[in-house]
Ligand binder design. Structure first.
Ligand SMILES: [Zn+2]
Length: 443
């Protein structure tokens, strides 16, 4: 039994009119916002003025011709910041008009700095209000942000939105994991926001302090930064450990708080009142059919100070557009983000995403943490899984390794090598974890 209260949430929408708007009307709204965004960008944004000029675009084009606009990539943003330090040239206004600076976590290269005007930032915070309402969080809830409040955009907007919706915001910044558990015991939050990896780490620390996380009184958790909450067995593990319903949220520093889950938890709805979603074939750049897997491309419509137009996120997803049982018309990324195009690893001719491996490993309660290493020997890639376990005696390890290998073989046709790591030796990140690394070929 868990301590979750199961009370029916009163407010499941942040903006019912927007969230349940017929799609034709939604397209009209996107068209208006897109034209406005292009007008500002053509007038005063050096980055987009140059891009549009190169693509022969001199005046705003309608929503129906969106695919005429050029894509924007992360490497373009990185190159632009190098050429125009320190903030780059994707700015529609003089720097004096901006009031916030954050940066990306730098997991896929050098961190990119991102400036927001008061209005852009406010809209980013607004997007998180949809995230909370989707999860049924409201006035009377207490939201604990287990986050360092460093330069990464991370949960800053989530924190601000928690008091915008009337909840009590409790910071976990500048605290060790032990202090965070102590704060939670003292202040009794009902909601936890952090990365999925850190939720598991924090539960582990609670255990060492003799505290059962499921008895802390939380009823929901919201996770971002990694796909974890969208991976079924990771979600289950978080829910069982903490006694919560764990909601997946997808967002990006440079884009905003894009997707949020409703009570049906089928994957994130994309907030299409703030973003235009496209799903494309990463090779051809052409739109894929509804429900087909492709790369997520986004345009943020309400962050005109530092916009991104047709931004290739590198994330893979399958989008459906039929009205959800929650009545929302917003697109649904069924099953969450399914991996990143550049994350795929190939082991002896088998293509596999780290998330699929994680989904299998998290089914074993004995596995506390893990790391994957891909080595290349004589042109052949081999996968080594480093596992940190508890509850197992040394003599039990070989049989357990066989069990894990067999589960991976049945589901994914993989036969990795398994090595056991000493307790507490594998890295646990508060922000994005990189659980798979590729080591270069030995010469
Ligand atoms: Zn829904």
């Amino acid at each position: 039994m868990t301590s979750k209260t199961n009370k029916k949430p009163q407010n499941i929408y942040h903006d019912r009119a927007l969230e349940t708007m017929p799609r034709k009307q939604l397209e009209k709204l996107q068209d208006q916002l897109l034209r406005k965004l292009q007008t500002v960008s053509l007038q005063s944004n050096p980055f987009y003025r140059a891009k549009f000029k190169a693509a022969g675009i001199r005046k705003p084009i309608p929503w129906s011709r969106l695919s005429d606009l050029p894509f924007t990539t992360k490497s373009e943003l990185m190159a632009d910041q190098l050429a125009h330090p320190p903030f780059g040239s994707d700015l529609a206004f003089p720097v004096a008009d901006y009031t916030r600076m954050h940066q990306t976590s730098g997991t896929t290269g050098a961190p990119v700095r991102w400036l927001d005007t008061a209005e852009s930032w406010s809209n980013f915070v607004e997007q998180w209000c949809f995230v909370y309402r989707g999860a049924g969080i409201t006035r009377g809830d207490r939201v604990f942000a287990a986050f360092s409040f460093g330069p990464f955009s991370g949960f800053w907007t989530g924190f601000e939105a928690s008091y915008r919706i009337g909840s009590l915001a409790i910071t976990g910044g500048g605290q060790t994991s032990e202090q965070r558990i102590a704060t939670m015991q003292a202040t009794q939050p009902t909601v936890l926001i952090c990365t999925p990896t850190y939720a598991l780490r924090l539960a582990e620390v609670a255990g060492t302090m003799g505290v059962d996380p499921a008895k802390l009184g939380l009823r929901a958790s919201i996770h971002a930064g990694e796909p974890g909450a969208g991976i079924p067995s990771t979600r289950r593990k978080i829910e069982q450990t903490w006694g919560v319903r764990a909601y997946d949220h997808c967002g990006m520093t440079e884009m905003g708080a894009v997707g949020f889950e409703c009570q049906h938890q089928l994957g994130p709805h994309v907030n299409e009142a703030h973003f235009i979603l496209e799903v494309i074939d990463p090779k051809t750049g052409k739109k894929v059919d509804e429900g087909e897997r492709g790369e997520v491309v986004l345009t943020n419509l309400r962050r005109a100070g530092s916009p991104l137009i047709r931004y290739r996120t590198g994330d893979l997803a399958e989008a459906t557009y039929t009205r959800c049982s929650c009545r929302r018309t917003f697109a649904l990324l069924r099953g969450g983000l399914l991996g990143r195009a550049d994350d795929m690893i190939t082991i002896r001719g088998i293509n596999v995403f780290p998330a699929a491996i994680e989904n299998i490993l998290r089914q074993f309660p004995e596995i506390v943490e893990f790391q994957g290493e891909v080595t290349r020997e004589r042109e052949m890639a081999e996968l080594i899984l480093h596992l940190e376990t508890d509850r197992l005696k040394d003599a039990q390890l070989p049989a357990f390794a066989e069990k894990v290998i067999s589960a991976l073989h049945v589901s994914l046709n993989l036969r990795p090598a398994v090595k056991f790591a000493a307790s507490g030796t594998l890295p646990r990140a508060e922000m994005k974890s990189r659980r798979f690394r590729v080591t270069p070929a030995k010469s």
